[in-house]
Design a protein around this ligand. Structure first.
Ligand code: IMP
Length: 215
């Protein structure tokens, strides 16, 4: 596949972004966000999942640091000039001092078991009353271009934790998270509805605005 095309003068034109994620749910959400984005249509941009995404230790202690590691790891395997997009995200619970936060993927242990993570958060919060269940999802997207030039975009969605998991859509902690202004969890929303308000959807909007000014 052609990585880029030149548009006659100036910098190479951005047409393909490789997703630096091994999480199929994130890939699906980001691809749908891109598909429905006027900026992508304007640029004839495609966001492609990468089969070459390597395992990356998420050990930097920050969303930005972990996202950067993922982006760098994939970029190192692609032809020079390739653009990559990495996501690092998680849920931050006020009562837990912001945990699990950057450690959301391995809250219940190093095996990255999202059902166990969800069970653990449900249990840890079991006796916490309604007024102390504030939480937010946070997402960092890092876009890296040729030469390692990097742009960082952040999105946040505030809400509260439900007493028990509810809903079958989405992934991860979705069944426990009630976004502010809603009476249902992320996991009771369609992907389109979730994308409109989610931490990832909000980060994407800022990225799309950046992209629309690029070419
Ligand atoms: P990481 O970004 O690879 O560290 O993984 C983030 C972890 O946070 C995922 O494994 C999920 O458990 C959780 N997470 C991130 N975004 C979402 C989301 O949109 N819904 C539910 N859980 C999420």
């Amino acid at each position: 596949m052609k990585e880029q095309e030149t548009c006659g003068v100036g910098a190479p034109r951005l047409q393909v972004i490789h997703l630096a994620s091994g999480n199929p749910h994130k890939v699906q959400e980001l691809q749908r966000l891109a598909d429905e984005s006027p900026a992508s249509r304007l640029l004839h941009l495609s966001i492609v999942a990468s089969e070459r995404m390597p395992e990356v230790a998420e050990d930097t202690g920050t969303f930005v640091g972990n996202a950067r590691k993922k982006a760098q790891a994939l970029q190192a395997l692609l032809p020079p000039g390739a653009w990559v997009l990495a996501d690092d995200s998680g849920v931050c619970v006020e009562e837990l001092g912001g945990a699990p936060g950057v450690e959301s993927a391995y809250f219940a242990g190093p095996q990255h078991d999202s059902a166990a993570n969800l069970r653990k958060l449900t249990e840890v919060m079991r006796d916490v009353p309604a007024g102390r269940r504030a939480a937010y999802f946070f997402c960092v997207l890092i876009l890296r271009g040729p030469g390692g030039a990097e742009q960082i975009f952040e999105g946040r969605c505030d809400g509260t934790l439900a007493p028990e998991p509810v809903g079958g859509a989405g992934f991860g902690y979705d069944p426990l998270f009630i976004p502010t202004g809603y009476e249902c969890t992320y996991a009771q929303l369609s992907e389109v509805e979730k994308n409109k308000i989610s931490h990832r959807g909000r980060a994407w909007l800022i990225l799309a605005d950046y992209l629309s000014k690029l070419n």
